[in-house]
Design a protein around this ligand. Structure first.
Ligand code: PEP
Ligand code: MN
Length: 337
């Protein structure tokens, strides 16, 4: 961190600021120029609140040299992280494919889709039990009953389960019922939820917020990791832009940015990114081509009658075809499926 001081600052005030900063565990190296004084901070600056430093009236500007996220930062952890889930790895050479309906509807539906996606080669089953719907009148999910049905689908197929949590009060129920806890886009900055989830070891699938910058997204990962849960998988699911043709705008460049900035695995959700089922196969292939570690795809046996997100769900036969096409793209970028 570099702090530029206002011209003609009194030396006593510089000494006072230096003392305050050094009491927070960093070393302050002053540089005296003809016009300006610059303080260079060396050490772990993660606990220094830049906005508080900037509030000091002798401070002109604060600049970051290193990113504010530390545990998620590739600079301090150059090897790629692979998150282990029931004998599988997300972030390793083999791509992780998570597939299933937006929400669990009935035992028949979830079991049937689970069997179909497994047959096509998916490694994980998704299914929402608690749904974050825009309208309070829309289907809210089967909730605890949904978790039970997911557990049953896991018994039938052996597929690990991915499902979204909405409240810290459900952490025990989710720890029991699911293998990866999803934090949805709407909760990416629910810091109380993140803090609670940082206290457990369960892998967390952290979706990018609706309008979150890459740095904000990594800072949310940092919340999980700072509390001790390093099993974090990131998920790009499209962001809000001025474009309305698609539900969101899929930011594939974020995958390259994450790969440069962080060691955490990152996957892509082309279903929520576009809101259109017919865009899902091509964008899944594009995601693998740019280096995503996997995909999370909505698959429904009867999208026309789905209780949630039928318009963006592909059918099991479409999923099967996509998987065979993905094998070719994966091989071209040195991955397996
Ligand atoms: C979901 O995966 O079902 C979901 C609601 O996704 P998002 O949080 O990305 O909107
Ligand atoms: Mn959905």
């Amino acid at each position: 961190m570099i702090i530029i001081l206002k011209p003609e600052t009194d030396q006593r005030e510089i000494d006072h600021l230096t003392e305050t900063l050094e009491s927070q565990g960093v070393t302050v190296n002053p540089v005296y120029g003809t016009e300006l004084v610059i303080l260079g901070l060396v050490g772990d600056t993660s606990k220094i609140d830049a906005s508080r430093v900037e509030a000091n009236r002798i401070v002109e500007r604060v600049m970051y040299v290193a990113e504010p996220f530390k545990k998620a930062n590739k600079m301090f952890h150059p090897e790629q992280t692979a998150v282990r889930v029931q004998g599988q790895e997300i972030g390793a050479q083999k791509l992780a494919v998570i597939a299933g309906p937006c929400s669990v509807e009935t035992e028949e539906q979830i079991t049937l889709v689970a069997r179909e996606v497994k047959k096509a080669g998916a490694g994980f089953l998704r299914g929402g039990a608690f749904k974050p719907r825009t309208s309070p009148y829309a289907f809210q999910g089967l909730q605890y009953e949904g978790l039970k049905l997911l557990a049953r689908a896991r018994e039938h197929t052996g597929l690990p389960i991915v499902s979204e949590i909405m409240s810290p009060r459900d952490i025990d129920a989710f720890s029991e019922a699911v293998d990866i806890i999803q934090v949805g886009a709407r909760n990416m900055q629910n810091f109380d939820l993140l803090k609670e989830l940082s206290q457990i070891n369960k892998p967390i699938l952290l979706k990018r917020g609706l309008a979150a910058t890459i740095e904000e997204w990594l800072m949310s990962a940092e919340y999980l990791m700072a509390g001790g849960n390093t099993n974090v998988i990131l998920c790009e699911r499209g962001i809000r832009t001025f474009e309305t043709y698609t539900r969101n705008t899929l930011d594939l460049s974020a995958i390259l940015a994450i790969k440069k900035m962080s060691h955490l695995p990152v996957i892509v959700d082309p279903s929520h990114a576009t809101g259109k089922w017919w865009m899902v196969p091509a964008l899944s292939k594009a995601a693998v081509a740019v280096g995503a570690d996997g995909l999370i795809i909505e698959v429904h046996n009867d999208p026309d009658h789905a209780l949630c997100d039928g318009q963006q769900s592909i059918k099991p036969d479409g999923f099967q075809m996509l998987m065979s096409e993905l094998r070719v793209i994966a091989a071209a970028v040195g991955r397996t499926l």
